[in-house]
Design a protein. Structure first.
Lengths: 422, 500
């Protein structure tokens, strides 16, 4: 009597709770891995999970077992040339010689327990107890879903994704490359043989020697493996979100002479974090980079972060440009607009009141959120005090000063923590 | 040969699975396999990973260690470093076997023959499983355990429960009765008994800790008696019954872990026999079906490729070597027994006078029913197979500088080799012999364990300390471990102090 049951639709993710418990148990280690990642990654690199290493010692579940030492016999298969009574030196450090199960294997395993935090979990960790301000103008374009899309080839994957043509093409190339020197030699030897045969006939002692060498070369060519693990290529697929809600993020940075590399680096990390945070909440995000000194310019990401300019500082130029771009391309009925500004606080004295005026009258009403960080170790200047006025009027305006690289993460959390937005 | 092929496509369907199952069942019955009814469950690869990480059980309580297992399985699977084993089968009645939806029809048929008829008949027939496990009740018991532990988590907090479970898991291998037969379980009874136990334990003052004044003459006598009177090898059982400070729910959790450990004990003792048996039968059944013209050549090639992978044994000097493959050893031993029955040589007649020339089906059935790995190897490992696998044994003595090849597959070596193999598969030499020795019940209530060394093999110190910490957590007072060397000399080697 046999019963066939289709269980595919029931009880998925049975291990979800166990996985959560595992993550909870090693929270401190994972958190550390996450914050390390933040200070090391670049913006293009952020959009993925994180490999977390936890020392095996911490995750191991101890049991009583034998350690190395004492006297024991182990049976192995595949004897080739041992006879009873042979003495062989003890293999050093692992190797094939460790037989009986757990005892020896675990004793040596000082490797880390490695696992992949998914992108979602990574970010979840990151944005724990953070919340964006209310989404007022969310406009659903379509249901949230992912679309799978081909994205080239990878060297690792599951067997069903092997791309045969790619793999075999690689194999062919490798075979040609590896056998080329032999083939060349072979051709040379064969010509030589023909010459000798034509000149002296079969009797020449060199003939048999050459024939042997030719045979050997043929064997060598044949021995180049037809296919190797190295050749295998897998189809790669990535999931693209089909947009459901969209947001645009303005990154405004001061690139005047007073912003040195270190300050820019801090600013960059600040933008990365905001970007990731938006990505968590919106399926489709546009990013607009605006850099300014005395005049403002819309640039691409590369130029934004990496090119240098010098000069004075007029912040309002950037705000003007932002306002124009919003009017032009991002109607508030369709876009959630966020802005992040990083500066060292320097501004042309007479420009600061213009900035707050511009923000309050034109820009803030269209924004979801405006975040300003001032990267300075000195006294605040006029811009800071003008912005404080803006802050008093708009609860969705936030400002904060950052002292150094190490304080980014905490500051970031504070900037977006639930309390502040309420 | 007439051809009446069941299917010629690699796609499976429910109709086809049923058809194959009918044929396999018919062939298996003709060979005399006695099985529990089968329940074949089609699952996805995610679900297979779930099953993997909860030691294959359909219902399991929650614990972080299963999450850890899941996380590492998932990672390796996604990177293509491992295929999922194509079968998980549960010793229950009905016998539950999982079929993965990604598999081809050939693989499904292979799994049905392997798990639903091979393993299934082993579970039903082997004496260890018959004695120690109760296939009718296991799923119910696991459900009871899961609910009970979930209930405890609600009442006492997840972390409290997790701490007890961690400690119990560390001692799981030392929570089995090796010689006493456990009572059969059923859920209703278990629930009733659990209530009764709880009430009883609450109402009792444990005699061990009686604090009434004692007359002098009795005092002397009492001091000399050890507690427990006999050393106890079932550490978890001892804890469950005697740990002084435990709450009743904690005792119940100890009991649950102990029961589940006991359920898996036969599996640990019959790995070679069990896998070998299932492999032998999928091979025999599918070949028989091919001979009857039911299977196509394409089917057979795919099947044989998979079969060969499973039974491949890399030699000791190969980079892929990781010990003797139980599938290879078991499969070859059953094939060899069949050969000895059907076509014995003079050597076989000398070594196996009882079975040479007998009916192979009966002999195999006898072998499956009445042995565990060590006795199975002691009884049936033939010189021919030792030669084929080119077995050799290495003596590793830490007092000598070199390793010694103590025996190889030759006339002088067969018996020594076989003995070495038996020891290798003997759980009681594989696992350290640790027993509860004494409780200082007049003084600080400390608990003393003894590790009785064999061939001077030491415990792994770091893990021993960790495990003792867990034991101390359960016991509530100082715990120490004495090591008894081969010459009988005892010495305290590990100690975990609990300050009160």
């Amino acid at each position: 009597m046999t019963q066939v049951i289709d269980r595919r639709l029931s009880g998925k993710n049975k291990s979800a709770i166990n996985r959560q418990r595992f993550i909870r148990r090693f929270k401190s280690q994972i958190k550390k891995a996450v914050s390390d990642a933040v200070s090391q990654r670049s913006i293009t690199d952020m959009d993925k999970g994180e490999k977390v290493n936890i020392p095996t010692r911490d995750t191991s579940e101890p049991i009583f077992h034998h350690g190395p030492g004492g006297k024991r016999k182990i049976v192995h298969p595949g004897n080739t040339d041992f006879v009873a009574g042979d003495k062989v030196p003890r293999p050093q450090g692992g190797g094939g010689g460790k037989g009986s199960g757990k005892a020896s294997n675990k004793g040596e395993g000082e490797d880390d327990f490695v696992f992949q935090l998914s992108r979602e979990e990574f970010l979840e960790f990151f944005f724990e107890d953070l919340e964006l301000p209310d989404l007022i103008k969310t406009q659903l374009k379509s249901v949230v879903e992912y679309k799978s899309r081909r994205a080239g080839y990878t060297t690792a994957g599951i067997p069903s994704n092997i791309n045969i043509i790619r793999s075999l093409r690689g194999a062919l190339a490798r075979r040609m490359a590896l056998s080329a020197p032999y083939a060349r030699e072979l051709k040379q030897k064969e010509e030589e043989l023909d010459d000798i045969l034509a000149a002296h006939g079969e009797g020449d002692p060199k003939v048999s020697l050459l024939r042997e060498e030719i045979e050997l070369l043929k064997i060598k060519i044949n021995n180049v493996p037809f296919i190797d693990e190295f050749d295998i290529r897998y189809n790669n697929r990535v999931k693209d979100p089909v947009p459901s809600t969209q947001a645009v993020m303005f990154c405004i940075m001061d690139v005047s002479g007073s912003m040195n590399e270190e300050r820019k680096d801090i600013a960059k990390r600040f933008f990365i974090l905001l970007y990731l945070f938006l990505e968590r909440n919106y399926e489709n995000i546009d990013v607009v980079f605006i850099r300014h000194h005395t005049t403002a310019k819309e640039v691409d990401e590369e130029e934004f972060f990496y090119s240098r300019e010098t000069g004075g500082t007029v912040v309002s130029s950037a705000l003007e440009l932002m306002h124009e771009i919003i009017d032009d391309r991002y109607p508030t009925s369709q876009w959630n607009i966020y802005a992040a500004q990083a500066s060292d606080g320097d501004n042309w004295e007479g420009d600061s009141p213009a900035c707050s005026e511009l923000l309050m009258s034109k820009i803030m009403p269209t924004l979801q959120y405006y975040a300003y960080v001032e990267i300075t170790a000195y006294e605040h200047q006029s811009l800071w005090y003008e912005y404080e006025k803006v802050k008093a009027h708009f609860p969705n305006f936030a400002m904060q000063d950052i002292a150094g690289l190490t304080s980014i993460y905490p500051v970031f959390r504070e900037l977006f923590s639930k309390q502040q937005t309420q | 040969m007439s051809r009446n092929i069941i299917s010629d496509t690699s796609e499976w369907s429910f109709e086809l699975i049923e058809k194959y199952d009918q044929e396999i069942a018919r062939v298996a019955a003709n060979f005399g396999l006695d099985t529990y009814p089968n329940q074949l469950e089609i699952i996805s690869s995610e679900q297979m990973m779930d099953a993997y990480s909860s030691v294959g059980m359909p219902v399991q309580y929650h614990h972080w260690s299963f999450g850890k297992q899941f996380v590492s399985t998932e990672r390796r699977y996604k990177r293509g470093q491992m295929g999922l084993a194509y079968e998980i089968v549960i010793n229950s009645n009905p016998c539950i076997a999982y079929l993965m939806e990604e598999n081809t029809m050939t693989m499904q048929a292979l799994v049905i023959a392997h798990a639903a008829y091979g393993h299934n008949s082993f579970f039903k027939g082997n004496y260890l499983f018959r004695t120690w496990t109760n296939a009718d009740a296991i799923v119910d018991y696991l459900l009871f355990a899961k609910n009970y532990i979930a209930h405890c988590e609600k009442r006492y907090g997840v972390q409290e429960v997790e701490a007890v479970l961690d400690s119990c898991h560390a001692l799981m291998n030392h929570g089995v009765d090796r010689y006493k037969r456990p009572q059969k379980l059923s859920t209703a009874e278990e629930q009733l008994r659990q209530k009764e136990r709880e009430e009883y334990l609450q109402s009792q003052v444990n005699d061990l800790w009686r604090t009434l004044p004692i007359v002098d003459s009795m005092k002397k006598q009492q001091q000399e008696t050890r507690f427990p009177a006999e050393p106890q090898e079932n550490i978890l059982y001892f804890i469950e019954k005697n740990a002084p400070l435990m709450e009743s729910w904690q005792r119940e959790i100890v009991r649950i872990v102990r029961k589940i450990g006991q359920y898996f004990y036969p599996q640990r003792q019959t790995q070679v026999m069990n896998e070998g048996w299932a492999t032998f039968w999928h091979y025999t059944i599918l070949n028989q079906m091919y001979d009857e013209g039911l299977l196509s050549d394409g089917f057979m090639i795919e099947f044989l490729q998979s079969h060969t992978n499973v039974t491949a044994q890399p030699p000791y000097n190969s980079p892929y070597y990781s010990g003797i493959n139980p599938y290879t050893l078991g499969f070859n031993m059953y094939m060899d027994i069949k050969r000895i029955c059907e076509d014995p040589t003079d050597e076989d007649r000398a070594w196996f006078p009882d079975i040479a020339g007998s009916d192979w089906k009966k002999t195999l059935d006898f072998a499956m029913r009445n042995f565990k790995d060590e006795s199975f190897i002691a009884q049936f490992l033939s010189p021919k197979l030792m030669r084929e696998l080119k077995l050799f044994s290495v003596l590793d003595d830490d007092e000598k500088e070199m390793l010694e090849i103590s025996a190889i597959h030759d006339e002088q070596g067969y018996r020594k080799l076989r003995q070495a193999m038996v020891d290798q598969y003997n759980l009681s030499t594989r696992e350290p012999n640790i027993q509860i020795w004494n409780v200082n019940h007049k003084g600080d209530r400390s608990l003393t364990l003894r590790h009785i060394q064999h061939d001077r093999r030491p415990l792994d110190d770091t893990t021993a300390d960790e495990v003792l910490k867990h034991l101390a957590r359960l016991w509530g007072f100082t715990v120490r471990l004495e090591t008894v060397s081969d010459d009988g000399h005892a010495e305290v080697t590990h100690e975990v102090k609990v300050e009160k």
